[in-house]
Design a protein around this ligand. Structure first.
Ligand SMILES: *[C@@H]1O[C@H](CO)[C@@H](O)[C@H](O)[C@H]1NC(C)=O
Ligand SMILES: *[C@@H]1O[C@H](CO)[C@@H](O)[C@H](O)[C@H]1NC(C)=O
Ligand SMILES: *[C@@H]1O[C@H](CO)[C@@H](O)[C@H](O)[C@H]1NC(C)=O
Ligand SMILES: *[C@@H]1O[C@H](CO)[C@@H](O)[C@H](O)[C@H]1NC(C)=O
Length: 454
């Protein structure tokens, strides 16, 4: 008898405990915005820096940022019409009361007393400073920041006196309707753009064949002879969806963005620390056509980087251009941390365009501890069955300083909000109820009387 009561009461306790934990669930908010409009014509390039874009305000934790190109009716535009080379967003502070038009804004918010760019954690010094950024893969790449982590922004204690917190969006779109060579235009081949100087009027480096220096804002890619230009002017927008939570340090742990670049020029030397100022990232590189044509045509590019921080990697994703066949991050001893693989489309419709990378797989590893001074290795693979210009090898990681303490509300929270936890919990609760009912019934029968419900 006593044992039965013990079982029932412990089951009830378990039930109560299980039904309480979902109350830690975060209220994830979501809002979609349209960027300022971009007017595109066949072969045209838009690469605007858009200041003070719409964005959720206040002290919040970012949980995701997704984007796609849409037309004036809100319909998704396929990559074979408007190729999305990239979009990037980052925050900045601007001196209060400053009232400048978009045109007056300096593109490089570098060092001005009026603006302070808020950079990601590193590692590239002056380039690749964004918080979020993707390209053609944007529609099918998960940017969700795993629970209980979030990217903390807008902390009023961190805002310098007299400044306001705002967001900058750079969109790089290439209209490839009617062009002579879609791949050449999306890879920014200089001959197709008839460009010999970069956007600041400086002569291109000797031997520079393609990349962002040849497809800057308002350049034009060559159109097919006889292509009917007609009136094909179209207005497009970047539609972006931000997911966030109000900041609550009792349930959230901050995670920081770091971006590792396979073209980083960093090399270990006497006394190097791995800090941002030791890095210069080229961002783009070329993949040369392989000499022995066949299946084995893989360009493997590697880079070893010293990690200048302590923390735990909780998310990772690579950025590759068409031709990419996978990327990975390893420890020095070869142990894998994250591999991110491209998904190619095989149709015509937006999100599934044949020949384009329409998604990259993201990693959600059990938090991987990394230690200041440790070396990590990057590996980026491209098929070089054909040559490529201006490809990229960026690896985004999210790093938490701290893990949830075992048994803490954060831990309970982390469990309760994971998508699988809800169905799993429902099953557990159902089983517990069932067992409790059976035990209760048996006990009642043993006692020789029936319970009211039967
Ligand atoms: C800022 O400039 C715009 C247009 O130039 C003007 O309409 C607006 O009133 C100005 N705002 C302030 C606070 O001066
Ligand atoms: C290319 O640019 C040069 C001047 O920079 C111009 O003379 C020439 O007509 C251009 N070619 C085409 C095909 O646009
Ligand atoms: C082109 O079409 C747009 C609407 O689609 C229209 O507003 C514009 O006036 C047209 N331009 C010309 C030159 O026909
Ligand atoms: C890159 O290619 C090399 C050689 O084919 C292979 O050993 C390696 O596993 C590949 N890495 C990734 C991340 O796909």
């Amino acid at each position: 008898m006593a044992r039965c009561y013990l079982i029932i009461s412990s089951l009830l306790l378990l039930l109560v405990a299980l039904s309480i934990s979902p109350s830690y669930t975060l209220k994830i908010k979501s809002a979609s915005f349209l960027s300022p409009k971009q007017v595109m014509t066949p072969g045209s390039v838009a690469n605007p820096y858009l200041f003070d874009i719409d964005f959720p305000r206040g002290h919040i934790g970012l949980k995701g940022f997704d984007a796609e190109v849409v037309d004036q009716d809100g319909n998704p535009v396929p990559l074979h019409e408007t190729y999305l080379h990239h979009w990037v967003v980052h925050p900045y502070y601007v001196r209060k009361g400053l009232n400048l038009s978009q045109l007056d804004m300096p593109r490089d918010l570098g060092s001005s007393p009026d603006y302070i760019l808020v950079r990601n954690g590193g590692l590239c010094r002056d380039r690749v400073r964004q918080y979020f950024g993707l390209g053609s893969e944007t529609r099918k790449t998960s940017t969700y920041v795993p629970d209980p982590y979030a990217i903390e922004i807008g902390n009023p204690e961190e805002t310098p006196d007299g400044y306001e917190f705002k967001w900058l969006l750079n969109i790089h779109a290439i209209d490839t309707r009617g062009v002579v060579d879609r791949q050449g235009c999306t890879e920014c081949r200089c001959d197709l753009y008839n460009v010999t100087v970069d956007e600041y009027g400086r002569a291109l480096e000797h031997g520079y064949k393609g990349g962002q220096d040849c497809c800057y804002d308002k350049t034009q890619c060559r159109l097919r002879n006889g292509f009917d230009r007609g009136n094909k002017t179209r207005t497009v927008y970047l539609k972006y969806t931000v997911r966030w939570v109000d900041w609550d340090s009792s349930v959230l742990l901050p995670a920081k963005v770091y971006i590792l670049d396979v073209t980083d020029s960093w090399e270990r030397s006497e006394g190097s620390t791995g800090d941002n100022h030791e890095h210069f990232c080229h961002v783009e590189y070329d993949v040369k056509l392989c000499k022995t044509k066949g299946d084995g045509c893989v360009d493997v590019k590697k880079k070893s980087l010293m990690i200048p921080f302590n923390g735990y990697i909780v998310y990772g994703v690579a950025h590759q251009h068409a031709g990419g066949i996978g990327a990975a991050l390893y420890r020095e001893d070869g142990e894998g941390i994250c591999s991110s693989m491209p998904k190619y489309g095989n149709g015509h419709e937006p999100g599934n365009e044949a020949g384009y990378i329409v998604g990259m797989s993201s990693c959600y590893p059990e938090p991987v501890k990394v230690t200041n001074g440790e070396t990590l290795n990057l590996e980026f693979n491209y098929s070089n069955a054909i040559g490529h210009t201006g490809v990229m090898g960026l690896f985004y990681i999210l790093v938490a300083q701290q893990l949830p303490e075992p048994g803490s509300s954060l831990q309970a929270h982390a469990k309760s909000v994971s998508f699988l936890a809800f169905p799993a919990m429902t099953v557990i609760v159902a089983v517990v109820v069932l067992i409790a009912a059976v035990v209760y019934r048996r006990q009642n029968m043993e006692d020789g009387y029936q319970s009211l419900s039967t």
